[in-house]
Design a protein around this ligand. Structure first.
Ligand code: ADP
Length: 401
């Protein structure tokens, strides 16, 4: 079965076409600046040359039409006809309490995604545009895969905030987490890599990139995660503050005469690595700056690392131990220095890093701890699109049988 995976943002649409017979990617690409004066389409057939086009794409339906024409293009295409695509899988950020797993799109599912617009105002409307755009261009089953679904297994004591309970019952204010697709994929892959049943493992999964979160995975289930009602809570990130005293918000709003939108924007877009370094939200530039002796870059790096280590410690505490620590995403997969700094301060847990293994660059799952380490430390490249393609394939195959 060929599955088209779509990740729709408010002005962008990423896609990958999978052949599920061998889980290979036939082509992938990105439509950017949808609705703006000149949209940019980048399409890359596997093994072929990347093509970039500038054209006017005013909404997501036209973007998908463009994608389908590139996928079937005589020169740059990878399939003979759109009919070869048998299913579409969508990434959806927020599944609220409705979705603990992926779902086949129908009227009820669409209604629920709409009901969650309030909780994810930037993301769920965009996902809905992606679903509608695919529907209006193709007549195949569609599946939605939620970033929050894996975390629905969290117990009440982990997902509730210590605020008046009416806010939960009335407005569903609680911890939902994010990056669930990645944490689930990485923890399963870690168990397979170690050849151990996931049911026996206590895993701390660190998804650290521009967005960053840590999850405590016990027996294959998420029991706590650092992101909260929104992806702002938890770790320090590229441009997001992560944890802070909530009293800072009204205080700063008052002192600086900020509106709700302005303070939201400050915490989401102008904080994190960017704010502390004053240089960049990109960990590569921070690391370069630090190595050149820039004090602000060093401070930004130290804070990012320190906060990650604090979460690892607290999740070891909530699980009463840890068997495996995994690193994934842009920083986790690539930053030798971040992994080293985190691990050299976790010796009390029995973590022993193998410096040579840590230096190796690879796109494969790998161990970076020594044979004597009491905790297995692994780097597991994440692949959220593959999870979406697999879930879509499984659900749609189920329909056919
Ligand atoms: P997101 O998906 O949240 O946008 P990614 O997982 O793609 O983020 O991670 C992006 C981050 O990974 C950036 O901060 C980037 O600097 C960092 N990164 C990528 N390569 C390296 C590297 N070699 N060393 C350190 N950081 C890296």
């Amino acid at each position: 079965m060929k599955v088209l995976v779509i990740n729709a943002g408010s002005s962008s649409l990423k896609y990958q076409l999978y052949d599920m017979t061998d889980e290979s990617v036939l082509a992938k690409g990105l439509v950017e600046r949808i609705g703006m004066d000149s949209s940019i389409v980048t399409h890359k057939p596997t093994g072929g040359t990347e093509v970039t086009e500038v054209s006017e794409i005013l909404e997501h339906t036209t973007a998908i039409r463009k994608v389908l024409s590139l996928l079937t293009d005589p020169e740059h295409g990878v399939i003979g006809s759109v009919d070869e695509i048998e299913a579409v899988g969508h990434r959806v950020v927020h599944g609220g309490e409705y979705f603990g797993e992926s779902a086949l799109v129908d009227g009820d599912v669409k209604t629920k995604i709409r009901l969650l617009f309030d909780l994810a105002p930037l993301h769920n409307p965009a996902s809905m545009m992606g679903i509608k755009a695919a529907e209006s261009n193709m007549n195949v089953p569609q599946v939605v895969v939620f970033d929050t679904a894996f975390h629905q297994s969290m117990p009440e004591h982990a997902y509730l905030y210590a605020i008046p309970r009416v806010l939960y019952s009335k407005h569903k204010v609680r911890r939902y987490g994010a990056h669930g697709t990645s944490h689930e994929f990485v923890s399963k892959t870690a168990a397979e890599f170690l050849n151990r049943p996931i049911e026996d493992l206590k895993i701390i999964s660190c998804h650290v990139g521009n967005g960053a979160s840590v999850t405590a995975v016990k027996g294959g289930r998420s029991i706590d995660t650092s992101m909260g009602m929104t992806p702002l809570e938890g770790l320090m990130m590229g441009t997001r503050s992560g944890d802070l005293d909530p009293a800072i918000v009204p205080y700063v709003m008052n002192k600086e005469e900020l509106t709700v939108n302005e303070v939201n924007s400050m915490l989401n877009k102008h904080s994190g690595l960017l704010a502390i370094s004053g240089i960049s939200s990109d960990m590569r530039e921070i690391t370069d700056g630090m190595q050149k002796g820039d004090a602000n870059s060093k401070l930004a790096f130290d804070m990012y690392e320190y906060r990650l280590r604090k979460y690892i410690g607290s999740y070891a505490a909530v699980m009463n131990g840890v068997d495996v620590i995994t690193f994934t995403a842009g920083v986790g997969e690539n930053s030798v220095v971040l992994r080293k700094k985190v691990c050299e301060n976790l010796t009390y847990l029995g973590v022993e890093l193998d410096d040579e293994l840590n230096e190796i660059r690879s796109g494969e799952p790998r161990r970076i701890s020594t044979a004597n380490s009491k905790v297995e430390v692994l780097v597991i490249p994440t692949n959220e699109e593959l999870v979406i393609a697999r879930d879509t394939n499984r659900i749609v195959q189920g329909l056919m049988s």
